[in-house]
Design a protein around this ligand. Structure first.
Ligand SMILES: NC(=O)c1ccc[n+]([C@@H]2O[C@H](COP(=O)([O-])OP(=O)(O)OC[C@H]3O[C@@H](n4cnc5c(N)ncnc54)[C@H](O)[C@@H]3O)[C@@H](O)[C@H]2O)c1
Length: 421
């Protein structure tokens, strides 16, 4: 593949943000903070978000668009486009903007279907632009340290891996019961919208995608049949709200007292950090609904069993019913055992019996740590230098990981073992 249209490496890379929502705003902030990027244009239909973004970056009216189609209809205005629209709105802007010569930083999942994800890969390759997908886990210090240990052969031959994604009880309720990723027809299955990160990350660590997969799982708890006696349709009207672990009132009012929770998840509920605004949003909006009375259908627990080409086996579990924490991984090799909690790695060497602990600098609290900065920095550096090798998650690589997700979903829904071609 040949990359032709590079930015001038002496100047910051200029950026058009498509979708000034939670992720679009965060990437814009990180790009400016890195010193490598300058945000020059935005496409966003929501007038409040659009005007706040315009003001934050002091943009001319001519650089502000009501949607990606208007941006695409205008003369090329930036070196790159950050596509941070919702999952089903990635493929069309990605294909059009790549065709216009924009390098792409694209949110995951690429698209809900393989056909759309492949359209993106084809468009990026045909245009000769750089296309990075935001698999932020590949870019953390923790992952760097873990992969180095594997690649140095410290564990010998890898025989088996166990990987856990502890989604967290309130995070599940927020995003996957009441929120944007609750319904597979509107966004995609949980394994795609959340755990495509994990299947991509396992492929990155292990050096390839599995050859066959099986999967089980379902929606065990967040359904009408589990609604407690006396519960109302909304938490603000509910007689048993105070004894419910998923109380929206407790979750979102607590966000007012906590700076981290005020950054996320509160802005998904209301743009304002005050009690009256939160209560108004819970009275009217989707986040005030009873978790047993929503239009959700995505799973709250799922396991995937995988076999690699060399016979190594991998098991992955995602579950809602945990604290909100970093992922946990155990790797079993012929020369060593490794466990990791997203921040700290412990390696036992079978030749000496010695145990070594490595602090990677990341946090045990859930979040993206330096992964968000890492993907933005690598992408902007790749564009500025014209070196696509600086990104670790190009579009074709991401598609390969998504194909494992779709195969696992097929396996779960049909009760079969699916072999990947
Ligand atoms: N990498 C990660 O770890 C990670 C984490 C969370 C979310 N995501 C993904 O990021 C994406 C965005 O999530 P979010 O939470 O920021 O969502 P969001 O709903 O806050 O933001 C999406 C924005 O796109 C805007 N939009 C809608 N139509 C548009 C159009 N035609 N042109 C331009 N903008 C348009 C919406 O108005 C909205 O402001 C999703 O695909 C999500 O799955 C990724």
């Amino acid at each position: 593949m040949e990359f032709t249209k590079y930015a001038d490496h002496r100047k910051p890379v200029t950026i058009a943000v498509v979708g000034a929502g939670l992720r679009g705003r965060e990437y814009a902030r990180l790009a400016e903070q890195s010193g490598r990027g300058r945000v020059v244009a935005v496409a966003e239909p929501d007038p409040v978000r659009r005007s706040a973004f315009q003001q934050a970056y002091g943009m001319e009216r001519s650089s502000v668009f009501e949607g990606w189609a208007d941006l695409a209809a205008a003369p090329k205005i930036a070196d790159v486009a950050i596509i941070a629209t919702q999952d089903r709105q990635h493929a069309d802007p990605a294909v059009r903007l790549a065709g216009l010569g924009y390098h792409l930083l694209l949110e995951k999942p690429m698209a809900p279907t393989e056909a759309d994800a492949r359209r993106i890969v084809d468009a990026v390759e045909a245009a000769g632009v750089i296309g990075a997908v935001c698999h932020v886990l590949r870019y953390t210090s923790y992952t760097r340290a873990l992969k180095a240990l594997i690649d140095e052969g410290r564990l010998g031959e890898l025989i088996n891996v166990q990987h856990l994604e502890p989604v967290g009880w309130w995070h599940q309720a927020h995003s996957f019961v009441r929120g944007n990723w609750r319904n597979s027809a509107e966004s995609g299955p949980m394994l795609l919208t959340k755990s495509c990160h994990d299947l991509d990350w396992l492929a990155y660590l292990l050096g390839g995608v599995p050859k066959s997969v099986a999967s089980f799982g379902g929606l065990a708890h967040f359904r009408r049949g589990k609604k407690p006696a006396g519960a109302a349709e909304r938490c603000l009207d509910c007689a048993v709200e105070s004894s419910c672990p998923y109380s929206a009132k407790r979750l979102y009012l607590n966000c007012l007292e906590d700076d981290d929770l005020a950054e996320w998840p509160l802005p998904a509920v209301t743009p304002f950090r005050d009690r009256d605004s939160v209560l108004a949003a819970l009275r009217e909006g989707p986040y005030g609904r009873c978790v047993y009375d929503c239009d959700n259908d995505v799973v709250d627990h799922q396991v995937v069993a995988m076999e690699l080409a060399d016979g190594a086996t991998v098991s992955f579990t995602m579950t809602a019913f945990t604290p909100y924490e970093q992922r946990k991984t155990r790797i079993f090799g012929t020369h060593g055992y490794l466990s990791g909690n997203g921040a700290r790695l412990r390696l036992v060497d079978f030749r000496t019996g010695a145990s070594e602990t490595i602090e990677t600098g990341d946090s045990v609290v859930a979040g993206h740590d330096d992964g968000d900065d890492g993907v933005v920095d690598a992408f902007l550096a790749a564009v500025a230098s014209g070196d696509p090798a600086l990104i670790r998650s190009d579009a074709a690589t991401s598609l390969a990981g998504h194909r494992v997700v779709w195969a696992a979903e097929q396996a779960r829904l049909t009760g079969t073992v699916v072999t990947l071609s």
